[in-house]
Design a protein around this ligand. Structure first.
Ligand code: AMP
Ligand code: ZN
Length: 466
């Protein structure tokens, strides 16, 4: 598997450091609001990444933090007049529900920042002992950026040449240098009841220290892979490197990967610009989690992706084509297991798909292989295909879906049927039980008029989008 490493700016082989397990840290949500689908572009990219790692026969240990203390969560909780934990609980729960709707595989660990304050204090203490951190007059603790020689190596910025320009008058700033960032923030009245005691007085951790402390706790001082959206690269990830490496003297992370932004009319989708959709917004408009997932993963993760409703409509049509092909295969295969070698064309498409996803997660190419497979399968099924062949081709679709996570197999198709169609199906099943064929046919037409097709078999009725 080859991936683009933001640190070296080269495409490199991804080889786990130990035990055939890729140790992966993915920056998670700040739980002060519902995540928008721009955030989910990042989480969907990370889901594809972990799925490809597993597709290749490696294991993955993924840690995703939940930022449940920062300016925004404190402001929200205090404005609502509820304890911070109550306030963030709502959005943590919503986040997990959204991940499930998008068929994003759960990480192995979801550490919350507020559960790891002692680890963060220990890390800040270590940096203080090493003399690379200092407490300012306001009580906050800062990292001395100019004393960490590698600062800027991820963002590829040469801070050495800019140092003098960055220095500022001490009476204007609490910090010694404008580039210095907070490790520990002193309590302020606007923090209200939120705060923890520390060697530097009451306060709370900075955002960057959270990720360094929790990633090293769960993945070790040096681990394989760290990801996030491109906006995380600087300063967040740069600061994570500085804190961790200054404390341990060891390399922090081997490979860094960043996904490009989801945009709306050319601008980054973000809460502050107000141009965002949450997953809930789109589901209320009648789109399914599967359709949204399809749109999010169907572009290369390093290319910009412009959000548009047309893309969701296209996703619906493309998924219907896949579903139709898969249900034909399922009818043909019956209960035959995919034991035989698939036909040549299916093997070729599987090889193309494998090559594409291993080439820095080239999903557009992967999808192209899938649609060639659909086209060729449809042609193949026009001939005298056997159930053994059907089962073998179905096995290829299943293999592709280990990465894609968008194909419905078997009864899962029923899971996406809207409630009004399901009600008609139930009435039709009842009519058929009473052998009321006229009513059964009438209901089939009513369902057809709503864009769904019912088919009857020994097992009962199946329903697909027309
Ligand atoms: P935040 O909650 O803002 O810290 O963001 C959580 C994750 O979503 C981070 O990895 C961000 O880089 C990512 N992210 C935020 N906005 C976008 C966007 N418009 N497109 C893609 N990723 C984003
Ligand atoms: Zn982070």
């Amino acid at each position: 598997m080859r991936v683009f490493n933001s640190l070296s700016r080269r495409v490199e082989e991804l080889k786990p450091l130990a035990e055939n397990t890729v140790r992966l840290y993915t920056c998670g949500p700040t739980v002060y609001n519902f995540a928008h689908i721009g955030n989910f572009r990042a989480y969907a990219f990370e889901d594809i990444l972990r799925r490809v790692i597993q597709f290749d026969g490696m294991k993955v240990r993924q840690v995703m933090n939940l930022t449940d203390v920062d300016d925004k969560t404190i402001k929200g909780a205090n404005a609502a007049g509820v304890p911070l934990t109550d306030y963030t609980r709502t959005y943590k729960d919503a986040f997990f529900a959204d991940l499930r709707k998008l068929n994003i595989q759960p990480a192995e660990v979801y550490p919350a920042a507020t559960d790891h304050i002692p680890e963060m204090i220990a890390l800040v203490s270590k940096l203080m002992e090493k003399g690379i951190a200092y407490q300012s007059e306001d009580g906050s603790v800062y990292f001395k950026v100019r004393e960490f020689p590698g600062y800027g190596k991820l963002a590829h910025i040469d801070f050495d040449s800019q140092r003098t320009g960055l220095r500022c008058a001490a009476d204007e700033y609490d910090k010694e240098n404008v580039g210095d960032f907070a490790l520990w923030k002193a309590w302020e009245p606007s923090d209200g009841p939120v705060g923890w005691d520390s060697p530097w007085g009451r306060g709370r951790p900075g955002w960057h220290i959270e990720c360094s402390a929790m990633s090293m706790k769960y993945l070790g001082e040096t681990f394989d892979l760290h990801t996030g959206g491109i906006d995380n690269l600087f300063p967040h990830h740069e600061n994570e490197i500085a804190q961790a490496e200054a404390a341990t003297g060891k390399e922090f992370v081997r490979t860094w990967m960043h996904c490009a932004h989801l945009r709306v009319n050319g601008e980054k989708m973000s809460k502050s610009l107000g141009n965002f959709y949450t997953l809930r917004d789109l589901i209320e408009k009648g789109y399914s989690g599967r359709e949204i997932r399809y749109v999010l993963i169907n572009a290369h993760y390093r290319s910009g992706l412009n959000f548009a409703f047309d893309a969701l409509e296209d996703a619906r049509k493309s998924l219907a084509r896949i579903d139709e092909c898969v249900s034909k295969l399922e009818s043909l295969a019956g209960s035959v297991a995919p034991a035989a070698e698939p036909p040549e064309f299916a093997k070729r498409r599987l090889a193309e798909f494998t090559e594409a996803v291993n080439d820095d997660l080239n999903l557009p190419k992967g999808f192209a292989a899938l649609f060639e497979l659909v086209r060729e399968t449809n042609a193949f099924l026009h001939g005298a295909a056997t159930s053994v062949e059907g089962a073998a081709i179905l096995g290829v679709f299943r293999r592709l879906d280990e990465v894609l996570g968008v194909i419905f197999f078997g009864r899962a198709v029923a899971a996406e049927i809207p409630a009004d169609i399901q009600a008609l199906l139930d009435r039709r099943a009842a009519a058929r039980k009473e052998r009321n064929w006229a009513e059964s046919d009438r209901l089939r037409d009513e369902i057809a008029a709503k864009g769904w097709q019912v088919k009857d078999s020994k097992e009962g009725q199946t329903c697909t989008r027309k």
